[in-house]
Design a protein around this ligand. Sequence first.
Ligand code: GLY
Length: 579
Amino acid sequence: MHHTRRTLIAVSLSLTLTFAPLVTAFAASPQPAKGEHGMVVTAQHLASEVGVEVLKKGGNAVDAAVAVGYALAVVYPNAGNIGGGGFMTIRFKDGRSTFLDFRERAPLASTKTMYLDKDGKPVKGASLDGYLAVGVPGSVAGFETAREKYGTLTRQDLMAPAIRYAKDGFVLEQGDVASLEGGAERLAKDPAAAAIFLKPDGKPYAIGERLVQADLAAALSAISEQGRDAFYKGSIADGIVKASAEKGGILAKADFETYAVRELEPVTCNYRGYEITSSPPPSSGGVIICEILNVLEGYPLSYLGAGSAETVRIMVEAMRHAYVDRNSALGDPDFVDNPVEKLLDKNYAKEIREKIDPFRAGVSQELMPKGFGESQETTHYSIVDNDGNAVAVTYTLNGSFGAAVVADGTGILLNNEMDDFTQKPGVPNLYGLVQGEANAIEPRKTPLSSMSPTIVAKDGKPFMVIGSPGGSRIITITLEAIVNVVDHGMNIQEAIDAPRIHHQWLPDTVYIEPFGLSPDTEKLLAGMGYHLDVADATWGQAAGILVGGKSLADIEKGGGARYNGAIDSRAASGKAIGY
Ligand code: GLY
């Protein structure tokens, strides 16, 4: 949750707009990590090491992504998982690309109104805490599908490091401890979760102590030996279903037995000659990133400058219009006819540009569709191998530590992804998103996501791998990193570290990171009628790779490192490792 430190109400100031590039205060960033053969960027340093070891052993980027996915489930328990779900975007060395959807599905017994009371009001916390919040997990099926179809190493090889870290434990560093402290209150409410993630005296672990997860080691070993059936048909599913039935949930064995990964065509678009490949529905991410980029393409952002009032105004208006579409028109493609072609049409972007007032802030309420009634919560990692195969994975438990429940004996934290559905049209969710019918709950349906694992190519070659956690802000975080590299010439680390802004249609507020804009810029925007909220905390933890140099200028000079990796300076435990 982001608290308001300072709120600027729109005031009527007669200020002359200037189109001269303004200098924004970027914090100096560390240099990106360099590598000539491969690069792995994840939110936890041990997981990055696991990925690099797989590449060094001759595994490809998909092998490394699978090993990292299992490792993060152990060493990054707030978001890494086998009890949640996610997306994998793959761009192969020959230029083909694909997308694996292993996101959670609504249980068979779920209903559209399951989180409403008898008066039709949302029951506080019902879609966030405990077993009723849990969607059918997809991560194990996702990793196994990726490995079987596109990997080269054995399951045992790829799971061994995760099993070792669960069985022998790993030494906690400052970032790990901060994350466990953040979850302590919720984890304490579930005895099985508390027994693993808190010390016997109920206190959080301290720096230098070792977190051992014996039950998780046993679950991972069972999967390693028997494959996905150990999770979906065997004792793990039985344990979760039993705990769910005893504690107010609705998960059934049939939910697990019928879970299937979808392989989908990624969303693609072209931005100023760069080919963007990203997540299709059931994510809104790729579609909305492309819709915003299509609108931005009509403006000289590079000339207007990073962080200038004009650039911020244009970006906010593009975001405002695109998030109306996100929140009203998109949903699971098996249930909803998504208007992807229309939303990606350059003419549609032109229509949006024509509606944008060059002098005044737009008004979100006026864009209300007819009939319409943070952040460490997710994690993203980026990998490139020696052959040029690129993989972007974003996966999640939704909230930090998900529903904060562990079925006895499994060691597996379960997600609270059901909150990503529309509980009631017009009522905001965890991320303040106000959504519509296209994302209503139905059995087996997948809730609409914002996760945006994205790969950018130029002239047929991989150029950038990027993504982030951040709930509804994932889209703007990923978008801004791309714009910062392509339009503003930042290197990959600067592009990720640069202060962020966010607008999501409703609430009609421009969120700004602390010190993100100068007071003069804020005044210019307030004068145009923008309601600004300077947050007291940063958001997102992007993980990116740039190929051929650390920045466009470096690439043009031709002397840059082949792979340049950057973990967000906001990340407490992540690392970019090249070799
Ligand atoms: N749970 C965050 C997302 O999928 O967008």
